[in-house]
Design a protein around this ligand. Sequence first.
Ligand code: DGJ
Length: 690
Amino acid sequence: MVDIAENERTWLLSGPSSSYALHLTEEDELLHLHWGPSIALVDAEALAVRPLPGYWPFETPLDGREEYPVEGGPRFVRPALSVRTEERRGTEWTFTGHEVEGDELRLRFWDAGLAITLHYRMRGDVVERWVTLDNEGPARVELLRADAATWTLPDREGWRLSQLHGRWAAESRLTSAPLTHGEKVIGSRRGHTGHQHLPWVALDTDATEERGEVYGCALGWSGSWRIAVAQLPDARVQITGGAGYDESGLLMLEAGESYTSPVFAGLWSDGGFGGASRTWHAYQRAHIIPDADRDRPVLFNSWEATNFDISEDQQSALARRAAAIGVELFVVDDGWFGARTSDRAGLGDWTPNPDRFPNGLKPLADSVHALGMQFGIWVEPEMINPDSDLYRAHPDWVQYQSGRKRTELRNQLVLNLAREDVQEYLWEQLDALLSSAPIDYVKWDFNRCFTDAGWPGEPYPQRLWVDHVRAFYALLDRLRAAHPGVAFESCSGGGGRIDLGVMSRTDQVWTSDNTDPLDRLAIQHGFTQIHPARVMAAWVTDSPNTQLNGRFSSLRFRFVSSMAGVLGVGGDLAEWSEEELTEAGEWVELYKEIRPVVQRGELYRLRPPEGGLSAVQYVLGDETVVLACLQAQSYGEPVPALRLRGLDPTASYECRETGEIHRGAVLLHHGLRAGLRGDFDAAVFRLRRI
Ligand code: DGJ
């Protein structure tokens, strides 16, 4: 809901439990007023007339208070908007009006032919912000930087910054540290979202998992990006974020051209980190994730089992075993196409390898369907091996600089998706692939960063960074429209492309190539700070772990760890014993039963992964599920009881595992005894309100 003051210079956006307010001065300075608990318009108006601190020649009252600081004039903070024309640099805008359409507020400004529109939309308690820039003048305008938004925090002492950092096979690790004066900058200059940081930050002063104020911001962009958190000289804190890593140039807007930034979403919660997460999850389920009400199937993926060494017969045999344990979607990973018998060849040639699939994919897809499962396939469309028919035909279709070497990572180069001929080629190949066989699912991978992002002959090659992402999105959108029954997974060597942008056009994401169930608990703990279990793919693989660390763990532990998200199986089922297959079948059956609660419920992180005992809880209506994982018991001491959350203290709950009836108040205040012992023990508890 948007309320507007009578003078049409103060605006108030309201969600169920929070408000956001801003004000335009007589000098057309757009000031931030409030972001936090619900207030009334009259409160926003009272804030608007509070005088700004005095002006000093070495400081400016605008710094730390503006909604969208532009470059130029009395401002020394990092500008959200930095533009230049042949004549001048910077912006001096005038306000031209506002409009409200539905729940979206638009504020319009003008500077010498450049129309600048700031967009605000409240979805639940999440504020979405973005900008559009329209070059309506005759001159070209270079956008050096055009952030989506700048967020302003209230005056508090002792801000703490939380972020999700990582690297390949170690993504989404939560870390927190006091914010000090100056700037903390995170982002990616790699062309994709990156494993190194999820585009999310949270700021608090004294919050715990379930209590206290938390501010969170998350960017919806799958290319290079930057979020800068600044503690300014007078201790005010602002967070600025958008596409592109630095100010080297984002886009050239010719006369008549426009740029729309990605959405930078933000929320305030007084429910601690858990409350903030649940607001993020509800927002994504309601507004971002396609078909979020449709539960994701249990999948099998061939990668860890068979790597590049695949054949139709061997995949059929795996499919039979997968079907027997209850798998619902069978996905053939890398190695089915072109000359792809290793990572040295074949990327770019999206037709089945004739030796491995002499009659194409249809016979395998049909046999998978006959087993009662859906059929999925792996692709990596944005990449090309120099050893491919495509590269031999079009060596100029890749990103490269004239006269410079073409850097190969994993023996591959990046296609220049900004080129229309490349876009059209990929569309034709993928459309033909999806039409060639009954394919229900596409795992879309991206396995290297940009290194030679050049485009010989293009007057403004820098645009390639933004246009690659736009083309990737457009291709996904076009494929989804043409093949509405096909679901897509975003993968980038695991979790290298996870953000609100890709999530709005894919059905789930590959969380990490690290399938070690213990490491996964920490990765999942970080991941769920922002994203819901509904998209968090997690596979049960072999013990000892073949990909990473050789760790032995029980099948029980592996399953319970993976049941916290979208369960998958990625082990070599051909090598699993009858007992293991039987046990696996029982876990899969149990998962299917708890799946609606896990995938659609409210998530409570009961205990973090550090400390040996970790637990998560999901609540949906009268149903509650608790997943508990014990890494190691020490000194023979009983493991602590798990204090549950989100229950009615006055109600009783029946535990399906033990048959015991528990009072809600007892579960909330004294906890559930999980009875775990030894090493790598784990359990699932289903509780129903009676
Ligand atoms: C990286 C992915 O993360 C893996 O799951 C697998 O699909 C490989 N690529 C295949 O090359």
